[in-house]
Design a protein around this ligand. Structure first.
Ligand SMILES: [Fe+2]
Length: 266
């Protein structure tokens, strides 16, 4: 896997923004470059290239449900990854990042919703689609395990704190695009079950809309703003970018792996 990451890093060339730029300006420039790289150099959150997104018509309903189940393992553990990155921020005295990630964790656990986000995903899928993402019958996904192990490694890496921060930022930055792919997947399942898209007023529809339009947008913007106070040198920016690219690299491998796994069963 590490070779894969190095390859990702090597084929992703970010412009040299020079050390003369003011730290805030250099940081914002790097964020713009990383966001451009996300859809140029990676397939995971590009709806035109993600292997599941482009093969929705080829996969049967059971395979699509299995993808949702495998995907749901990530939101099931997002709080753990956020906490790991938050603890690193705290150890390093990054007050604004600590505050923002703590707020984000609170939101995941239900400060702005009747129950934790992950619980809405589970019960909303049962209500709207009639299947339980947690059912053991969906089986194990080796590619999902690899991805989650990678996320854990990156976000817990206190020896490279800016890399951990860039990694958790990648998870926030990619969230809306990833959720749009998941939404298309859920609509496809819903269409094959009842001929219509997932209802916007269902618990699951509301879960998706709240994340896509509000929560994830806030998480990304507020983390950028907080990180700009602490990622202020060329060296720390390079480490931040490395973490961002590492997460997108394992996310690419994950979606490709999930597609192979469910395709083999359908
Ligand atoms: Fe959430």
């Amino acid at each position: 896997m590490m070779d894969g990451l190095n390859e990702e890093f090597e084929r992703t060339t970010l412009p040299d923004r020079g050390s003369a730029a003011a730290p805030q300006e250099a940081f914002q420039g790097m964020i713009a470059d990383l966001k451009a790289s996300m859809t140029r150099d990676f397939i995971c959150v590009d709806a035109q290239r993600n292997p599941v997104a482009i093969n929705l018509d080829r996969l049967g309903v059971t395979a699509l449900q299995q993808v949702v189940s495998f995907y749901s393992r990530f939101p099931a553990r997002i709080v753990e990854f956020l906490k790991a990155a938050r603890d690193i921020a705290r150890e390093n005295g990054w007050r604004t990042i600590d505050t923002e990630l703590t707020r984000n964790i609170g939101e995941e656990l239900g400060t702005e919703s009747p129950k934790p986000h992950y619980d809405h995903l589970v019960s909303g899928t049962v209500d709207a689609m009639g299947f339980n993402v947690e059912a053991p019958s969906w089986g194990e996904s080796l590619s999902t395990k690899r991805f989650l192990d990678g996320m854990q490694q990156i976000t817990q890496d206190s020896a490279r704190p800016y890399r951990a921060l860039g990694g958790i930022y990648a998870a926030e930055c990619s969230a809306v695009k990833e959720l749009l792919i998941v939404k298309a997947l859920l609509n496809k399942i819903s269409q094959s079950q009842g001929g219509t898209d997932l209802s916007e007023t269902s618990e699951l529809g509301h879960f998706l809309a709240s994340h896509i339009e509000e929560w994830e947008v806030g998480h990304e913007d507020k983390l950028v703003s907080a990180a700009s106070d602490h990622v202020t040198s060329e060296e720390t920016r390079a480490q931040f970018a490395e973490g961002f690219i590492a997460v997108l690299g394992i996310m690419d491998e994950w979606w490709s792996g999930v597609y192979s796994e469910v395709e083999a069963c359908s």
